[in-house]
Design a protein around this ligand. Structure first.
Ligand code: C5P
Length: 306
């Protein structure tokens, strides 16, 4: 991999949140991960990350608390790893402007890492291929390759082996944000405990979801939404059951806990239906806040310089 030093102008990158339309979790592997099959779907709720040349490494978050700084921040780790791999790595200051809920099951940390990779590659003028960048992304976390790719994709392995799903159907979502976040490892561990007590049914129906996405009928996507982690997320935050019920009662085509939760994603027939459902749900007392989002959205990309 070769590189050359580019100019000193800050680079602005946007990276999307994701919803898992389908998530089937297999058994725990010796490396501490679970094999899974997921249909990832990027939505237009973005974190913006600004990468600037700086005398020393720094990470700062605007608009949210609870995001680690310094080397414990995944965006900072991404920048340093890319620097080591390319030999480019002069120090940068990373500013993260957060819109994606923190610890919400929407891959916000992975989005920031993907954005840092894209931004540093542009700032340093590295000549990496997309595949090389994706390999580095997979070292940082299971969801980071999808945050780079965006769109809609089937993920296998740890979720990092991606195959795009070619669907142009726009999907309209209402996201119900919870008071407290959930830790991804804690939710996977809770699923392992639930399964030790008696194996609950595992998600089937990947074909149903793929056929629904090809059909251009959002109601079929709503009916095919499924997530093996949902029972574990509800076990740790029982109030999520009420949020899901309130969303369905308000007319959603389907609802699902996104990834490890606690964000609940509710699918609507149209943009107008999403606006109406968001208003109903906000008044239901079952959610801290609501957001409207549409998908599929593009992956991490440079949106400006300077
Ligand atoms: O890769 P990432 O750091 O995002 O994963 C966070 C944690 O989620 C892992 O340490 C693991 O406990 C859990 N996980 C898993 N199986 C996956 C993805 C994540 O068990 N396929």
């Amino acid at each position: 991999m070769s590189s050359r030093q580019a100019g000193g102008v800050p680079v602005r990158v946007r990276a999307p949140a994701k919803i898992n339309l389908y998530l089937s979790v297999g058994d725990l592997r010796p490396d501490g991960y679970h094999d899974l099959i997921s249909v990832f779907h990027a939505v237009d709720l973005f974190d913006e990350v600004v990468i600037s040349p700086a005398p020393r490494w720094a990470v700062r978050t605007v608009g949210a608390s609870g995001v680690p700084g310094g080397v414990r921040n995944l965006a900072g780790a991404a920048a340093r790893l890319l620097g080591r791999r390319t030999g480019a790595g002069s120090p940068v200051a990373i500013e993260i402007i957060k819109q994606i809920p923190v610890a919400g099951g929407m891959a916000g940390g992975s989005a920031d890492a993907a954005a840092a990779l894209v931004g540093c590659a542009a700032l340093w003028g590295t000549e990496l291929t997309r595949d090389q960048l994706t390999e580095i992304a997979a070292e940082l976390g299971a969801d980071v390759p999808f945050s780079l790719a965006g769109g809609t994709a089937v993920g296998t392995g740890r979720g990092d082996l991606l195959a795009p799903v070619l669907t142009r159907m726009p999907l309209h979502w209402v996201l119900a944000l919870a008071e407290q976040g959930l830790s991804t490892p804690a939710v996977f561990a809770e699923l392992d405990r639930i399964r030790e007590r008696g194996d609950p049914p595992r998600a089937g129906g990947l074909e149903a979801m793929l056929a629904a996405l090809a059909s251009r009928q959002p109601a079929r996507v709503g009916a095919a939404l499924t997530n093996d982690l949902q029972a574990a997320a509800i076990s740790l935050q029982p109030a999520l059951r009420r949020t899901l019920r309130a969303g369905m009662a308000a007319g959603a085509l389907g609802g699902v806990v996104s990834g490890s939760g606690p964000t609940v994603a509710l699918l609507c027939e149209s943009a107008d239906a999403a606006t109406a459902l968001a208003a109903d749900l906000a008044g239901s007392g079952t959610t801290r806040a609501v957001r409207i989002a549409g998908g599929p959205a593009p992956g991490a990309r440079v949106v400006g310089r300077g």
